[in-house]
Design a protein. Structure first.
Length: 444
């Protein structure tokens, strides 16, 4: 690998640690909640709240990360995220009451929400166009690696006694410290540097990430794009950018309401309902995390070859069929538990190969540069709101109606997502961020 390639990959990997902690922090609750439910005597709504409260913090974190990072820089705000992760990990390990736990999970949500915006945004702004899809997808690979790590930690500490869930949360402190320290070594986003009049620094970063000629061309394109924009948040609501805003918000909602986090956050519960013992259910969840990670690699390999749009269409269709089968398996439990596990793994494989990583890729690509942070923050807030709704309601729907009801509802959302993407989603493969922006201006 050329030196420039090594540099941009290494910087990408550091930024992606934010995604790893994001995945770990959101998924660790999957194994911990069942034990917390026993210790604090939670009903189904309280169980949903214990899982979903982090997403309230995510909404605030995502909403603040964009505009604040537009002012103080992507790198500096990622350091703030790392500090929030650390405070949350320690605080969630030591609560005496559910109220204390809720406070520290909210703090963790602030870190998760900001990392969800800034890690893919930072990577998109530093990566050469020809490999941007693959590098932004690395962040999703980090997220699913964090999810797998969380499931593994759940499994390791499952037999550690009534306080096992405290150790599960405490382990999140380790990657938080590593993330903060490594962020001291990475550069600021070159597009943010140009926007703030630090062109020489931006040229240095871009030259290290690609060739000198490519760096000069990138700076020209960034300056051209900046000259066309007013820079206020209202800019995103101009006619030229209403369509990318609609696409980003719709993709954010569809990524969540098609059911992924109902399965990831409640995997042990789902497997227990299907007949697995608790320890075995946690073990099956680890398999889900492994498949999630492996098929995210597929997305990385295909994103810049096949393109975003065809992968998303195929994946959404496959997810819908899998959810119909999963609902049927719960409604008429004639299949063995192993077959139900297979259906869930097929659903996870389709999600991870496109809907998981490529939604973040498209969201990081389609907005104008001066408001990219704020606009992506808005889309991510909507994403967390949809995630909150799914996470809070899944145990209630399952207990008051039937698990199959939830799965068929998510299948219907897959059908809507497919129709929307078929009609409105453009292809962004191989285009620079500035080329994508000019397309919206031409079609306005």
């Amino acid at each position: 690998m050329k030196r420039a390639g090594i540099y941009v990959v290494s910087v990408t990997l550091v930024a992606a640690i934010g995604g790893l902690i994001f995945g770990f922090d959101t998924a660790i609750v999957a194994g911990a909640t069942r034990y917390m439910k026993d210790q604090f005597s939670l009903d189904s709504l309280q169980e949903g709240w214990a899982v979903a409260v982090v997403l309230i913090g995510c909404m605030f974190g995502a909403g603040l990360a964009g505009p604040i990072s537009d002012r103080i820089g992507r790198r500096r705000f990622m350091r703030i995220s790392a500090a929030l992760f650390l405070v949350s990990a320690v605080g969630c390990a030591l609560p005496r009451t559910m109220a204390e736990f809720v406070v520290f999970r909210f703090v963790g949500g602030l870190g998760i929400g900001s990392a969800a915006v800034l890690s893919p945004l930072y990577i998109a702004e530093i990566a050469p166009a020809r490999i941007r899809g693959a590098l932004v997808s690395v962040n999703q690979l980090a997220i699913v690696t964090g999810i797998l790590l969380a499931y593994f930690v759940n499994w390791i500490f499952a037999g550690a006694g009534p306080s096992n869930w405290r150790w599960m949360y405490a382990m999140g402190a380790v990657p938080s410290i590593v993330f903060f320290l490594l962020l001291l070594r990475v550069p600021e986003s070159p597009r943010w540097l140009v926007k703030n009049g630090r062109e020489d620094e931006a040229r240095t970063v871009l030259t290290r990430a690609d060739t000198a000629e490519a760096a000069a061309g990138a700076i020209r394109e960034i300056k051209d794009a900046l000259s066309l924009e007013e820079g206020s948040f209202r800019e995103i609501f101009r006619p030229a950018f209403r369509r990318p805003l609609l696409i980003a918000v719709a993709l954010a909602v569809f990524q969540q309401v098609t059911g992924i986090n109902a399965i990831l956050y409640y995997a042990p519960r789902i497997f227990e309902d299907a007949g697995f013992a608790r320890m075995s259910a946690i073990g099956q969840s680890t398999i889900v995390g492994l498949v999630n990670m492996l098929f995210t690699v597929v997305a990385i390999l295909l994103a810049d070859k096949v393109g975003r749009r065809p992968l998303l269409l195929v994946a959404t269709g496959g997810m819908g069929v899998s959810l119909v089968l999963l609902g049927a398996a719960f409604k008429a439990p004639v299949l063995p538990a192993s077959a139900l596990l297979l259906v869930i793994l097929v659903y996870i494989a389709f999600f991870a190969s496109a809907m998981g990583p490529l939604v973040w890729v498209v969201m990081a690509e389609i907005f104008p540069i001066k408001v990219r942070g704020s606009a992506m923050g808005l889309a991510t807030v909507v994403l967390w709101l949809a995630d909150f709704a799914v996470t809070l309601t899944f145990p209630v729907i399952s207990d008051r109606f039937h698990p199959s009801t939830a799965f068929w509802l998510y299948a219907a959302m897959c059908a809507l997502a497919f129709a929307f993407m078929w009609r409105y989603l453009p292809e962004t493969k191989g285009r620079t961020l500035e080329e994508i922006e000019r397309r919206w201006l031409r079609t306005a």
